[in-house]
Design a protein around this ligand. Structure first.
Ligand code: GLN
Length: 479
């Protein structure tokens, strides 16, 4: 079955080329798995069996005609529901977009299609990608395949759970402050945050535009490299996308990590770090040393400002981005609508969930005339200091290794009443988001109770290959 360790994207594509198994076999396998697991895990919000089988048949047809297949031919992939797929619902986990059918594909989706991918459907997530547990979805939480009484992480919880449970060979997620890396670590899969500008955001329903990024969630480092190679690159439809050439990540990833300088920031190993997580990440670091990396201490002194700065900037941007949902142009309109202003108010009141409302309020407050300097401007200054911390560190080291999250997956319901505790747990992922650099989470062992643990590997702007090399070395340790 395709969820066994060695069967990845390349093997799937090669099998389809040989027609053993066919793309239809692979798609059917995933669809059966979805039928069996999804009622319990709730990872998919929309399943496009017909569309998936249709593109699988096309790949099979090309293979039978002896054509050389593209890199993702017949590879079954799920898409986070904040990305648009023409004619498929894109709810972003929100009630306000329940009936919205986007008329266009996100650029990442069209790139997957061009590469022959079989798109299975849309994956559950926190509402507008705001959350760390998937409990903020208007369509119910996702459960962690490793422990169904626990959260899969968020906001790309559906993406991580689907990949971990074999309901897709790979998925796309989005990461604004950790939403790919943290669920990957909780579910025991690989998830990559590309450098800001590396991957087009066109067709991504915006949360915080200066932070939002699209990236792969997969079962191996190599699959992440392959998928990144397909979705990365300049897009005229996204003015912030970069013309920086796209290297062959899958090839560069294979270069040994020996000789790389790996930094370990003391600030990430302080109070509040679960002892089992600490131990697992330290073992990964020992393994890197044994593999020939030099391990060096580095300092990221402004780390303590990351969470407050992030929650001011992300909410400020969200308050602006979410102003477009007004009951007129998209999705839900309150049936009680009377006068225009009441219609706006009621549609937004009924359409948005509590966390989204909390953030619109916080963001509006941070941007308001009397408080702008004290909050928004200060947070921007802190962001610059955080980015400088990394620039300085990357003069001394090629990559940085930390825990992805301070604890393994927590229990469903454990933090819903305490938004601050939920925010504080983003401590290790938000700094890279603010700095615009790249990083990923790679599995590095399990707790005694069998919960997955992830190590985060960070690298400088457009240094994805370095992060992938270090992650590959950790993966090889088979912890
Ligand atoms: N957990 C963070 C938040 O709630 C990050 C979310 C994300 O990356 N989309 O904002």
């Amino acid at each position: 079955m395709m969820n066994s360790g060695g069967y990845g994207i390349r093997e799937a594509r090669d099998s389809v080329q040989r027609q053993n198994p066919t793309a239809v076999d692979l798609a059917t396998g995933c669809l059966e798995r979805i039928a069996a697991e999804n009622p319990k895990l709730n990872a998919y919000l929309t399943i496009d069996a017909e569309g998936a089988l249709e593109s699988a048949r096309q790949s099979d047809e090309q293979a039978r005609q002896g054509q050389a297949l593209p890199p993702l031919a017949g590879v079954p992939i799920g898409i986070k529901d904040v990305l648009t797929m023409r004619g498929m619902p894109a709810t972003a986990g929100s009630r306000i977009l329940k009936s919205y059918l986007p008329p266009y594909d996100a650029t990442v989706v069209s790139r997957l299609r061009q590469a022959g991918a079989v798109l299975l459907g849309k994956l559950n997530c926190d509402e507008f990608a705001m959350g760390s547990s998937n409990e903020n979805s208007a369509y119910g939480p996702v459960r962690n395949p490793a422990a169904p009484d626990r959260v899969p992480g968020g906001s790309s919880g559906g993406s991580a759970a689907a990949v971990a449970a074999g309901m897709a060979l790979a998925a796309l997620g989005t990461d604004t402050g950790g939403s790919i890396r943290q669920p990957a670590s909780y579910c025991g899969v690989v998830g990559l945050l590309p450098t800001y500008g590396r991957v087009s955001r066109y067709g991504l329903i915006a949360f915080a535009s200066s932070l939002d990024r699209v990236g792969p969630v997969t079962r191996s480092v190599r699959d992440t490299a392959i998928l990144l190679g397909v979705i990365a690159g300049y897009d005229p439809l996204d003015a912030t996308s970069s013309p920086e050439p796209v290297p062959d990540y899958a090839a560069e990833m294979e270069e040994p990590a020996a000789g790389l300088r790996v930094g370990v920031p003391g600030e990430y190993f302080a109070d509040g770090l679960d002892p089992e997580v600490r131990q697992a990440v330290e073992r990964a670091i020992d393994g890197l040393r044994a593999a020939g990396c030099s391990i060096l201490p580095v300092s990221l002194p402004h780390t303590k400002y990351a969470v407050p700065a992030y929650y001011l900037l992300a909410t400020a941007e969200a308050s602006s981005n979410l102003a477009r949902f007004d009951g007129v142009r998209y999705g839900y309109r309150s049936p009680e609508a009377g006068a225009l202003s009441a219609m706006y108010r009621r549609s937004r009141d009924e359409g948005f969930g509590p966390e989204v409302k909390r953030r619109i309020l916080l963001g509006t407050y941070a941007l308001s005339a009397g408080y702008y300097d004290a909050y928004y401007k200060k947070a921007q200054q802190a962001r610059t200091l955080l980015a400088r911390d990394f620039l300085k560190a990357f003069h001394e080291v090629d990559a940085i290794v930390t825990p992805t999250a301070p604890t393994p997956a927590f229990k469903l319901g454990e933090k819903v009443e305490d938004p601050l505790a939920m925010y504080l747990a983003d401590i290790y992922t938000v700094p890279a988001s603010l700095a615009g650099i790249c990083g990923l989470s790679v599995p590095c062992g399990k707790t005694a109770g069998g919960l997955p643990i992830g190590a985060q590997v960070l690298a400088g702007h457009f240094q994805e290959s370095r992060a992938l090399r270090v992650a590959r070395a950790i993966e090889k340790l088979a912890l």
